[in-house]
Design a protein around this ligand. Sequence first.
Ligand SMILES: Cc1ncc(COP(=O)(O)O)c(C=O)c1O
Length: 444
Amino acid sequence: MITTTKKLHTIDLQIEKLIKLEEKRQRDVLEMIPSENYVSPAVREAMGSVLTNKYSEGYPHKRYYQGNRFIDQIEDIAIARAKKLFGVPHVNVQPYSGSPANSAVYFALLKAGDTIMGLKLSAGGHLTHGHPTITFSGKYFRSIQYDVEEDGTINLAKMKDLAVMSNPRLIVVGTTAYPRIFDWKAWRETADAVGAFLLADISHIAGLVIGGVHPSPVPYVDVVMTTTHKTLRGPRGAMLMVTQRGLKKDPDMAGKIDKAVFPGLQGGPHDNVTAAIAIALKEADTLTFKAYAKQVVKNAKVLSETLTGEGLTLTTGGTDNHLMVVDFRPQGVVGNIVAEALEVAGIVINYNAVPHDPNPPFYPSGIRLGTPAITTRGMKEKEMKHIGTWIAEVIREVAHYRLPQAKEDRSKFVGSVKKELWRSKNLLGIASQVKKLCKQFPVP
Ligand SMILES: Cc1ncc(COP(=O)(O)O)c(C=O)c1O
């Protein structure tokens, strides 16, 4: 018999040890990257189940492989739960992740060379929203990129003018680093003014939409894409949803989307992920989850107020959702150095461009942080105040560092600053306070 019942630690000590270390790291730090979260043990159980052994190319009850009678039921359940939760007539749960899901929408509804309009990466958009030159969305489509105002907000009147000027076939609305609410109705009017398809990419805010703390795009857009692993708190995956409006516009839209996912872009779905999505959707269809989503937003508000109270600048002046972007142009330090210092202090975030950033993308002027994961641990307003104060303390500690003017000196400089930071008594002192706080709020 080739298979064995041996557990990981008897087979691969190296990987087992690294997983254990990562588990401990996730426990001992404040995970504040806004696209991350902690899934439930039930979601993890499904991810690690025997479903990973199965092949099921095709869709429920129309597979290219035998032995799918249970997989069919699992996928049917996932689809039914998503339809109910988001109020949509058609759902595809097979996209491997958010990027292939967005690609599938473009391939379903557009021809190569058609015009798409999406938010610039540096303004908070995603690579798949038409980022030029280096991504499929910027290479195979004519990409019109919109920007935010100096204060970081989207100017809807300007968006309409840009759409009328550039006549896109599809407009994508959704972001990775935008702290404000989307006005879906205004975007619909813009899309209608030029006859464009409207795609809402709610990857970041899906959980907030379910919790009723962000308006749903469903009444206004044609297609909704969401990843399942951010505020939705499911496994790494994605869903594509066609709305009533989308079906009215093109009765074959659901079929086109499904064909673009399989066989257009993908082969067999990851059935273990499908099951985990179904479980996450069940967990999200509860009052407890709705309360969680509300708390995520409340926490972000308190954290943003604490940071501004400490004299820090946030893009758009604050937040309405789960995340915020701190702008270090007033201090002059780069985001990389702050991000490393925060990690030394046990607070994990990511460096990020700010709108109209004068610095290059690898040394941007900001950081992005959010509250989904720490709220999953049960932290509330009181903890946000502590965390905000620590973050401000860390920033003060490193605000004097300046990136060298000469490009060739930058990497060495940042490298040596990082080494210094890991020896900083002040930062390590904060890390031990963070660890104490984390102990009171266990991870799922
Ligand atoms: C708005 C948005 N769309 C798409 C994606 C892509 O998702 P994935 O990383 O799963 O490919 C992301 C991921 O960060 C995102 O934030």
